[in-house]
Structure formats: C-alpha cells, structure tokens
Design a binder for this molecule. Structure first.
Ligand code: HEC
Length: 210
C-alpha cells in the first residue's frame, strides 16, 4: 500500500513537472490566480464613471516613477533662475568630463563643432549662426557672452533648447547632461574641476586648433 502511494505521488509529481515544462510560454501552475492578477479594466466597458470614460486620466500632480520634474520654465525668468541657482550636482572627476566629451561628440558636436567654435559638420542656412563657446561678445541671452554662460544656463539650454537648437531633455539623462555641461565649460576655457577658475593661457592654447 505504501509503495503504491509513493508511485502515485511520484507519477503525479512527474506529470506536474512535465506539464509545467512542456510549454516554454506557460506561466506555470498558479495556485491563487487572484493574488497574481488583479481584476483588469477592459477598454470600452462602462464602469459607471460619471463621464463613462474607461480610460482615466492620471490624478493631478502625479509623475512617472523615476521622473524628476525640471522646475525652470522656458522663459526669461526660468532662464535667470536656472542660470543663478542651478549647480552641477555631480562629484566631478577627470572621468566624468571625459564621458561628457563622448556625449558632447554624439549630441552637440555636429552643430557646435568638436572644438565648440560653431564649426559643426551640419552645413545649413539655419545652422549657420551656431555661436562659439569662446565668443566674448555679450550678445547672448541675459546679456551674457558665450564664454560667460554659467553651468545652470548651459544646462537650461540643453533641457529647453533655443530656436534652431531643439530641446534635448528627452534624449539625454540628467547626469549625462551635467557631464556635457562640465565638458562645455572646458570648451569655454574654464576648469570645472576647480570651480569657475579659467585655465591658464598656455594650457588653453594647446587645445584650441582643430
Ligand atoms: C541642431 C544643431 C544644434 C545642436 C544639436 C545643439 N545645438 Fe546648441 N545651439 C545651436 C544653435 C543654432 C544655437 C544658437 C541659437 C540662437 O541663438 O538662436 C545654439 C546655442 C546654444 C547655447 C547658447 C544658449 C544661449 O543662451 O545663448 C548653448 C549653451 C548650447 N547651444 C549648448 C548645446 C549643447 C550642450 C548641445 C548638446 C547637448 C547643443 N547645444 C546641441 C544649435 C545646436
């Protein structure tokens, strides 16, 4: 009798294992399906919402998980506030600036040029006026020159874009934007590893030509 029980149990176990393994797409045996699957809302079924729409809008002020809202709007006040208040949150190293260079090469260099002098490979009338990061004419927004733009100003420009330069916020993650900002500062002749200190003339001239 004992022997028979064992045989029956073993064959039941074998069949469960075999059933579970036979179909690679099978989710396997579910003991309490209600615990795995919540009752789904079907589209186009009236669930007695006052407006009878099944597809509900997300509640106000909700944001996707992991998404960090950018608080500075795309206008003069937003730019001024970003320019003054936004500081690079990364603990910058030579490595992060080298990574910034790689990202800059992918996302900015075709317009701004490898050296940041506005000599990118895109040759088109609307991209003819890409300014050089070394330009000292105070003709940029907030009355600044390209060379003077603060880290916050550069970051804000990456997020929102400016005229022919489209916004890059959907393309580049926050940390990567800051790495690019740090690299752009080196193109402005600054040393981001040493606050906003300009690098000495000699060091600057070794990097300048194409
Ligand atoms: C499609 C070409 C293009 C790309 C790509 C591009 N830019 Fe620009 N950028 C421009 C043009 C054109 C201007 C000048 C816009 C104007 O003054 O109307 C500009 C201006 C700027 C300015 C000056 C903003 C100001 O307030 O004057 C900064 C900073 C800047 N870009 C940074 C970047 C960075 C960093 C990247 C890469 C993430 C980048 N740009 C990618 C074309 C581009």
């Amino acid at each position: 009798m004992k022997h028979l029980k064992k045989t029956v149990f073993a064959s039941m176990l074998a069949s469960v294992v075999m059933v579970a393994c036979s179909d690679p797409n099978s989710p396997g045996v579910e003991f309490m399906p209600d615990m795995y699957r919540s009752a789904a809302i079907e589209p186009y079924v009236d669930y007695n919402y006052p407006d009878s729409a099944t597809s509900r809008l997300t509640p106000e002020n909700t944001i996707p998980r992991g998404y960090k809202p950018y608080p500075y709007e795309n206008n003069d006040e937003g730019l001024t506030a970003a320019s003054e208040n936004l500081k690079n949150p990364l603990n910058l190293t030579e490595k992060s600036i080298a990574e910034g260079k790689v990202l800059y090469t992918s996302f900015c260099a075709h317009c701004h040029g490898k050296e940041g002098k506005g000599e990118g490979s895109i040759q088109n009338a609307i991209y003819g006026a890409v300014p050089s990061y070394l330009d000292e004419t105070p003709n940029r927004r907030l009355g600044k020159s390209m060379k003077e733009l603060t880290e916050g100003h550069i970051y804000h420009t990456i997020v929102h874009g400016l005229n022919a330069m489209g916004p890059h916020s959907s393309l580049i993650r926050e940390n990567d934007r800051w790495k690019i900002v740090a690299y752009v500062q080196t193109l402005q002749g600054k040393d981001p590893l040493n606050a906003d200190q300009p690098v000495s003339e000699e060091e600057d001239s070794t990097e300048s030509e194409n």
